[in-house]
Design a protein around this ligand. Structure first.
Ligand code: ADP
Ligand code: MG
Length: 337
């Protein structure tokens, strides 16, 4: 779409193309033509995902710099590819920039995307540019997966074990810290670590690909809305229930420390959280020993948190004192300004 100042836009696109574009990863035509041209491996399926980040809905520029915004946009998209067991290849970046956004800010935004993009092996092949009152950033990421490897949100059954990677709730705690500095003393190392988990979460590409390749995951989803919300969603899709053992939730030391200062159980933050970008997957009970082995050898970092149950049992948790209670479902709404 044409924008008010075409000349400036051309210059901007040229600079982006020169610094951040590139022909790799099965790309034949990149930035500069009407379309990008790619040649996917003919045996593979193509995965396509997109994610839109809106200033003051998904991020706040008061405590998020441009580089971190770019970085996180890339995580959100890579995480979707990870959740299907795929390999990311190319991406397009569409931006609408406010007048307060400088040339350096634009560069930093792309540096953030490419910092992670390079590691993940993705090439920037196009996008679109416009202006807006607030910053908007939308990435579209293309990936590949072998037909026999693709993992969906459906496919699990009653009796399957539920796992999550990494630790939960850190990102939400980090956001709280960035929004409102804690009143009581919280060690600097703990505050910094949690804030970083919010600003720069990890996309679990290796874990997703490993689980897909070995056909161990019966279903998989990336946790962007918080464990309770995403679990409710996947259970609804499959017409099943789930029981989560609270004492098995993976909780970082930093979250324990912060939750203690808040006088709130850490598990509540882990359950309701949001933007963890960890993977939730289910497996048949036969696969438990294999996952345990992978964990021991450092090939996976996954915690067995519960079991899929019949639908009529709903979403339950076993509390630290051994009681069974319904899980309060709260979908993550980022933050309201
Ligand atoms: P159109 O009028 O067809 O939208 P543009 O002038 O917007 O064409 O885009 C020209 C080329 O630059 C295309 O290859 C497009 O994908 C790419 N492009 C435009 N904006 C961006 C951007 N912000 N980041 C990366 N590539 C971009
Ligand atoms: Mg355009």
């Amino acid at each position: 779409m044409p924008s008010p100042n075409r000349l400036e836009e051309f210059a901007l696109i040229q600079r982006i193309a020169k610094r951040f574009g590139g022909l790799q990863n099965h790309t034949i035509v990149g930035i500069g033509d009407d379309c990008a041209v790619t040649q996917p491996n003919s045996k593979n399926l193509q995965l396509i995902t997109t994610d839109l980040l809106v200033e003051d809905v998904h991020f706040n520029r008061r405590f998020t710099n441009s580089r971190d915004i770019g970085y996180k946009a890339m995580v959100a998209n890579l995480s979707d590819i990870a959740a299907m067991g795929g390999v990311p290849r190319q991406f397009l970046a569409s931006i609408a920039i406010p007048p307060s956004f400088s040339r350096n800010d634009v560069d930093a935004l792309y540096e953030g995307m490419m910092e992670l993009g390079k590691t993940a092996g993705v090439a920037l092949i196009g996008g679109d540019t416009s202006t807006a009152k607030k910053l908007l950033l939308s990435l579209t990421l293309i990936g590949e997966v072998k037909p026999s490897h693709v993992v969906q949100r459906t496919g699990l059954r009653v009796g399957d074990a539920i796992f999550v990677t990494g630790t939960l709730g850190d990102s939400n705690a980090g956001l709280r810290i960035l929004q409102t500095p804690p009143r009581k003393h919280v060690p600097l190392a703990c505050r910094t670590w949690l804030s970083q988990r919010h600003l720069r979460p990890t996309a679990r590409l290796n874990a997703g690909q490993r689980l897909a390749k070995c056909k161990i995951a019966t279903a998989m989803i990336d946790l962007s809305d918080g464990l309770s919300g995403d679990l409710a969603h996947i259970c609804e899709l499959n017409a099943v229930g789930a029981t989560i053992n609270i004492t098995h939730l993976p909780i970082s030391d930093a979250l324990h420390t912060y939750a203690h200062h808040l006088d709130k159980p850490a598990y509540e933050i882990a359950l309701q959280g949001g933007e963890d970008y960890e993977l939730l997957f289910t497996t048949r009970p036969e696969s438990l020993s294999r996952i345990k082995r992978w964990n021991t050898h450092g090939l996976l970092d996954a915690s067995h948190i519960g079991t899929i149950t019949p639908k009529q049992q709903g979403l339950q948790m076993i509390t630290p004192t051994g009681l069974t209670r319904p899980i309060r479902i709260q979908s993550y709404e980022h933050f309201r300004s």
